[in-house]
Ligand binder design. Structure first.
Ligand SMILES: [Zn+2]
Ligand SMILES: [Zn+2]
Length: 329
């Protein structure tokens, strides 16, 4: 859900494939001597929080971020001096090392392995949401330099903070306003309308729908919505998490093959711990390929220009054939 104004530049609209950023292919190596996340280098990370075992080895690990800006050791004490407010840098910053294989991109993993990674997210989300010092848990992945990472080994991150951001508050207030005005969850309503209309649907499974955002702020900005109403990612069931593994992997594979392995971010937008179970908010996962850059107009106006029509992007992705157990309706 977004309340931003977006300029869909139909006059100079590009075909979806015209936004591809051509990069030299990355060398594929399953192990790198210099990588702290590769097997055998476990002592180079801070002590492990969680491990998904695989015989004597591991399938995935969770470790604290060595370079975290936030510390779990301090107390989240606030200071208010005149109009200036601050809070001590309390927080938790996990790195989820998704696979022992240095070059195994998520788009190419088995669906079941992606579901395993999502289960790890949920385990940590549940644990941290119970901590009374924590207000918001943000789970995200930065893939590629344009998405904010230079570390190649497949990984994602989780940051838990003692405050709720302005952006999340605003999203909640808009959702609450819609619920008060119309008596229903805006997301449930939107998902139903999108599935009826089909124009922006990339793929849909028993439990999820991947949809190009109406008037999306950037090309191929995709949301994966659970079809059942759930405010919090922590409410996802075992069946749903397996299904999400399939849907997310399929979407990433379509981006990988259709747009030449683009840099991207994904993030799970979920209710803060204090809002678990509310009827007006509905969690979802945003996948944002980084094909264009934010420039002066966006920074100055808070509005976005998108040169790829979302309906064309959806059609393009529907037509990218990948091996999948998930259909288009
Ligand atoms: Zn590695
Ligand atoms: Zn809903």
């Amino acid at each position: 859900m977004t309340k931003e104004w977006v300029v869909i530049a139909t006059e100079r609209a590009k075909r979806p494939e015209q936004v591809v950023v051509h990069r030299p292919a990355k060398p594929t190596v399953s192990f790198s001597e210099n990588c702290p996340f590769c097997p055998g280098h476990e002592s180079q990370t801070p002590p492990e929080i969680l491990r998904l075992r695989d015989g004597d080895g591991w399938k995935a690990r969770v470790v604290p971020n060595k370079f975290s800006a936030l510390s779990p050791e301090c107390k989240p004490e606030r200071t208010i001096r005149r109009s200036l407010r601050s809070i001590v840098g309390f927080g938790v910053h996990d790195v989820i090392i998704e696979t022992p294989n240095h070059s195994m991109d998520m788009a190419l993993m088995p669906d079941a392995h992606v579901a395993d990674i999502l289960r790890i997210y949920k385990t940590r989300y549940d644990q941290l949401s119970l901590d009374p010092r924590i207000a918001q848990v943000t789970i995200f992945k930065n893939y590629g330099a344009d998405a904010g990472t230079s570390l190649e080994h497949p990984h994602s991150q989780l940051i838990a903070t003692p405050v709720i951001s302005h952006q999340v508050r605003q999203r909640f207030q808009e959702a609450l306003r819609h619920y008060d005005d119309f008596g229903c969850c805006i997301f449930c309503q939107m998902i139903e309308e999108e599935l009826q209309e089909q124009k922006r649907v990339v793929l849909a499974s028993e439990h999820f729908a991947a949809v190009e955002l109406f008037a999306s702020p950037s090309p191929f900005f995709t949301h994966i919505y659970p079809r059942r109403h759930m405010a919090s990612f922590g409410d996802i069931s075992a069946k749903e998490i397996s299904d999400l593994g399939r849907v997310l992997r399929t979407l990433l594979a379509k981006l990988y093959y259709g747009l030449e392995n683009p840099d991207f971010n994904f993030t799970i937008r979920t209710a803060p711990a204090e809002c678990v179970g509310v009827r007006y908010f509905h969690w979802y996962l945003s996948v944002i390929p980084r094909l264009t850059r934010t420039a002066g107009f966006e920074l100055g106006s808070g509005m976005f220009i998108n040169s790829v029509i979302p309906e064309a992007a959806a059609e393009f992705l529907r037509n990218v054939k990948v091996e999948t157990a998930v259909g288009a309706s």
